[in-house]
Write a protein that binds this ligand. Structure first.
Ligand code: FNR
Length: 364
């Protein structure tokens, strides 16, 4: 186990039984501070637990003798990008707390799995380095900065670096800080100033101290600056989704930030039906927070999502195996979805609809 702030240098494929089991294994290879930062969530962590529990309220009602084959096509088109399966890497900051190669390895590993890397505005490496590291599709997640020149500069750099969409995170007006991480003095690595900060070109390095006023005008501003599609991430309400689409949003990401921002809000999967109903097929819907198994993807897609994003398990794959570990995590979930499709009796992704779900329990 590396010393105090020595993050992992691992580089190997992983033999994965389930993503939940990575949680224990990773604690052996990454520093305590890195583990607390990644695994923790806000407050009492009720929402964190609920993100897993609430999937159980959505019982799968499998269909039998439907001639379903195992070579089902799992690929999707998402805002013009082709993904091999409807699963991609959620934007996460500060990968240097987990692995010495930081986001460069995560982006490369995600590209090796052929899927989409969403680059966090709070990355340790620069958005240009990260863009170069992946062969796959890539989006840039923006932390809005009230210094409009900083925001403009980030958007221009993201466009120049080849990112094909901008993700506007709407639920984080400061970093998510779990209690256990705060108790350690929030020990972000001193040698890793947030990589997008550049005194001349501007950056997001000071976003911790930012006062952020975010409203619907941000959507049009980003579109005008970049000409790229805008994904609004962090919505839990149908009326918010409707307002964002009215303001020009090209996709909605239902998310509670993995329970890291405000505790006491519903699980993403519990909020999905209301959002999907409001969106009514006008734009793609993405869901994140608590997705760990193929059956979770089935439930999200059946309830109206077009794709899911995964956070912490990707970080654990990074710690345990570097880029190859990240690839293993994403491919494992893709394989798990394939067998879940077969056992659910769905011949293709577009067959998944609410008829496969029986909603019972507290989310009903
Ligand atoms: C995040 N998340 C996040 N989201 C975002 O929009 N910008 C960011 O910089 C970060 N940073 C971040 C760091 C870490 C360590 C984690 C775990 C998460 C939230 C992320 O995009 C996603 O919403 C959740 O991680 C999804 O929940 P699961 O899959 O981790 O349960």
């Amino acid at each position: 186990k590396p010393s105090a702030y020595g993050a992992s240098t691992a580089g190997k494929p992983l033999d994965i039984i389930s993503l939940d089991r990575l949680d224990t294994a990773v604690q052996e290879v990454i520093p305590e501070a890195g583990y607390q930062f990644v695994s923790g969530a806000a407050g009492d962590e009720w929402t964190l637990r609920e993100n897993r529990r609430a999937f159980d309220d959505f019982r799968i009602e499998p269909k039998r003798l439907r001639g379903v084959s195992s070579d089902v096509d799992l690929s999707i088109d998402l805002l013009g990008q082709t993904l091999p399966f409807p699963i991609f890497t959620a934007p996460m900051g500060a990968h240097g707390m987990v692995h010495e190669e930081a986001e460069v390895a995560t982006a490369r590993g995600t590209g090796m799995a052929g899927t989409l890397y969403c680059s966090s505005g709070a990355s340790h490496r620069t958005l240009e380095e990260i863009a170069e590291a992946t062969q796959g599709p890539k989006w840039f997640q923006l932390y809005w900065n009230n210094d409009i020149e900083v925001t403009k500069s980030l958007l221009k750099r993201a466009k120049d670096a080849g990112y094909s969409a901008i993700v506007l995170t709407a639920d984080a007006l400061g970093p998510g800080m779990p209690d256990d991480f705060k108790a350690m003095g929030a020990p972000f690595r001193q040698d890793m100033v947030f990589g997008n900060h550049d005194p001349e070109r501007g950056g997001s390095g000071n976003f911790f101290d930012q006062k952020v006023d975010l409203d619907l005008d941000a959507i049009k501003f980003i579109k005008d600056q970049t000409g790229l599609p805008v994904v609004v991430k962090g919505l839990l309400r149908g009326d918010d989704a409707d307002r964002c689409i009215g303001a020009g949003a090209d996709a909605i990401q239902v998310s509670n930030h993995g329970g890291r921002q405000i505790d006491g809000v519903p699980a993403s999967i519990a909020a999905l039906p209301d959002v999907a109903h409001a969106v009514n097929g006008r734009v793609p819907v993405i869901l994140d927070s608590g997705v760990r198994r193929g059956i979770d993807v089935i439930r999200a897609l059946a309830m109206g999502a077009n794709a899911v994003a995964v956070g912490r398990p990707v970080m654990y794959g990074l710690g345990l195996g570097g880029a190859q570990g990240v690839q293993s995590v994403l491919e494992h979930l893709g394989q798990d979805l394939r067998s879940a499709m077969l056992l659910t009796g769905a011949a293709k992704l577009s067959d998944l609809d609410p008829s496969y779900i029986n909603l019972v329990g507290p989310s009903a």
